[in-house]
Design a protein around this ligand. Structure first.
Ligand SMILES: Nc1ncnc2c1ncn2[C@@H]1O[C@H](COP(=O)(O)OP(=O)(O)O)[C@@H](O)[C@H]1O
Ligand SMILES: [Mg+2]
Length: 260
């Protein structure tokens, strides 16, 4: 039976070529995201310029970084420094103006829309500042949702969802709707939803920004515990220096660049 957190099989290098280079069948794609021989995230000389009316906004001005598997990495910077832009590029939600972004060995810029959807669904979990839960669904159903999209059979989904909801401390709230929860509880649901698919990478854009500082620290501690327990790579942004002590690696962003 499925056991949460069980180790993924390590594949021989070159067994599954990068998604962008050679489209393959569904199962091959799924396995390619588990190929731990590539860095989890690789960002090389990335520039992102937004067009705003007639002017150009330089959001990222040549960013390069690498995140190894099982790292707990913070991206710290003031509002407007480019954190959301960078996380969106890594999450395949937007494309760079130039440079390359590789996630789980997949070059995001060369992906078709369906390959991107596959990457997002298979390899990446997202946690947002505003939680982004579905209000009409219960806690259980919100966490179950990404597995329903994957067409996982109910008998397989149920133990996984229940274990995940319990792991974030919400067993007693399984049937509650998000509107009946506190901010901290909603973020716990979002963490469970991000992890239930066993992603290789979790991206969290200012996950503590809408929480009071004590709840924010509790959420960071939960993310760190999940990271340690499951070996999942976390990349989260913050403008709160208090949370930086939780990170293995901290990248400081300023005006679309990394500060040395
Ligand atoms: N869709 C957009 N159109 C135009 N400018 C944008 C857009 N998104 C972000 N920006 C600009 O890019 C810069 C970086 O923004 P952002 O990545 O949201 O920073 P942060 O998340 O660190 O606050 C800011 O100057 C912002 O105004
Ligand atoms: Mg932002």
């Amino acid at each position: 039976m499925y056991k949460y957190g069980q180790k993924k099989r390590r594949l021989k290098p070159g067994t599954f070529p990068p998604l962008g280079l050679k489209p393959r069948g569904f199962h091959a794609l799924k396995r390619s995201f588990c190929d731990m021989t590539t860095p989890c995230v690789s960002v090389h000389e990335v520039v992102k310029t937004y067009r705003l009316g007639t002017s150009l906004v330089p959001a990222l001005q040549g960013i390069s970084l690498e995140v190894a598997d099982a790292e707990f990495v913070a991206l710290c910077g003031a509002s407007g420094s480019g954190k959301t832009t960078l996380l969106n590029l890594i999450g395949g939600l937007d494309q760079p103006t130039s440079g390359s972004v590789t996630v789980a060995g997949v070059e995001v810029a060369t992906c078709t829309d369906s390959q991107l959807a596959e990457l997002r669904n298979r390899a990446i979990g997202f946690i947002f500042q505003t939680f982004n839960l579905i209000p009409v669904l219960s806690v259980y159903e919100n966490v179950e949702y990404p597995l329903v999209i994957r067409r996982m059979p109910r008998s397989e989904r149920q133990p996984r969802v229940e274990a995940m909801v319990a792991a974030v401390g919400l067993r007693a709230f399984m049937a509650h709707k998000p509107g009946e929860l506190s901010g901290g509880q909603m973020q716990r649901v979002a963490i469970a939803r991000a992890l239930v698919t066993e992603p290789r990478l979790v991206l969290a854009d200012e996950p503590t920004a809408n929480l009071d500082s004590r709840t924010g620290v509790a959420i960071l501690e939960l993310m760190q515990a999940m990271h340690r327990q499951h070996g999942t790579t976390f990349l989260f942004s913050t403008h709160d220096h208090q949370v930086l002590r939780y990170a293995d690696t901290v990248y400081q962003m300023q005006d679309g660049q990394l500060r040395a």
